[in-house]
Design a protein around this ligand. Sequence first.
Ligand SMILES: Cc1cc2nc3c(=O)[nH]c(=O)nc-3n(C[C@H](O)[C@H](O)[C@H](O)COP(=O)(O)OP(=O)(O)OC[C@H]3O[C@@H](n4cnc5c(N)ncnc54)[C@H](O)[C@@H]3O)c2cc1C
Length: 388
Amino acid sequence: MSLDLAAAPQFSLTAEQREIATLARDFAAREIAPHIARWDREHVFPRDLYAKLGDAGLMGLTIPERFGGAGADYLSYALALEELARVDAGTAVTLSVHLMIAAAIGKLGDAAQQERWLPQLASGAAIAGFALTEPDAGSDASAIRSTARRDGDHWLLRGRKQWCTNGGYAAVSMGMFRTGGPGSKGVSAFLIDHALPGIVVEKVTEKLGIHTSNTVDLAFDDVRLPASDLLGGEGQGLSNALGTLTTGRIGIAAQAVGILAACLDASVKFAKEREAFGKPIGAFEGVSFKIARMATDLEAARALVYRAAALCDRGESFALEASQAKLFASTAARTHASEAVQIHGGYGYTTEFPVERYYRDAKITEIYEGTSEIQQIVIARALLGRLG
Ligand SMILES: Cc1cc2nc3c(=O)[nH]c(=O)nc-3n(C[C@H](O)[C@H](O)[C@H](O)COP(=O)(O)OP(=O)(O)OC[C@H]3O[C@@H](n4cnc5c(N)ncnc54)[C@H](O)[C@@H]3O)c2cc1C
């Protein structure tokens, strides 16, 4: 049992925020926990689960009520993702990316785009994806080469996008393509309907962890997109994509917190039950101090995530805080997932216990939606400005 979210009085969670966290916790216990070992082993993307998450109101958690969503705030979003990630990090990232794109449509989309997509996304009938990365452009997203060429009332999309989360199941993706010259100003964002001809799933990526998350390479072969599917202004696609990722980072940080909480739950239980030299192993400082540090870093990570979410909810700037939350929570998740395996000894290395999955799942939180190095660049620039 980890320290409960109720142990965060400084954030004075509202009754609604607690209800959402409890809803997500109960949902995960009922609909995910009984299946997760098999889904992980067989790399299942549980598409039906997202209809159920829609029925529970979680697919539209932060989508405004007038579009069928719950209209909840980002602290609720962080709490829900933490609870889902505590049982399955793959489900958490699917929902995090989905809601990140819904938020982008809410912020950047026109009325027609919002009315077309947000109700479907809120119900879980449609899942959303994000397509920025390319084989030769990851951290340096300004180097993307995929193009969108204007052709009358349409755009012609051509190129290849790599590692698109949800890409094989998405009904719509926010995709960034080059509409102008080189550099960041030549990029525009589009809302791409996956039913259009010419979009091909070229490869389903095999990964170290998050096996229930779908990650694919998408090829765009002269996809004819109506001109009205431009999202935000022409030439503003990269800055809009990076702004979108700022809210996404709260979600990934919450995912890391959930993995860390799961590591603590499993480690406390095992340390009390497993005996060596005639005592529970938790009686040895070599084990109990690991657990003490794990619990402390969990609370520190939670506090950073809740702070970033609360700033976002108050309409204040939160880019620095979101990067700090992601940097700290992901490092802590990776570090303590390794310690959780260590506490479990040989059992920790087997699939009999879930900690080997947490260990595999934790690593990605340091990589996607900006690596830890990129988070440090964001944090340092906020403090120092651009010196070089
Ligand atoms: C499972 C998975 C899911 C993903 N989902 C999506 C998605 O849905 N949509 C999407 O668009 N992308 C997605 N990505 C891509 C992900 O965001 C990128 O992998 C990530 O941004 C890093 O880019 P890269 O892999 O090209 O690494 P690179 O940019 O090549 O970096 C390699 C290494 O160099 C370091 N580095 C690079 N630049 C600097 C610098 N200036 N200073 C210091 N160090 C630096 C990096 O931190 C890293 O350690 C996903 C990736 C994975 C693995």
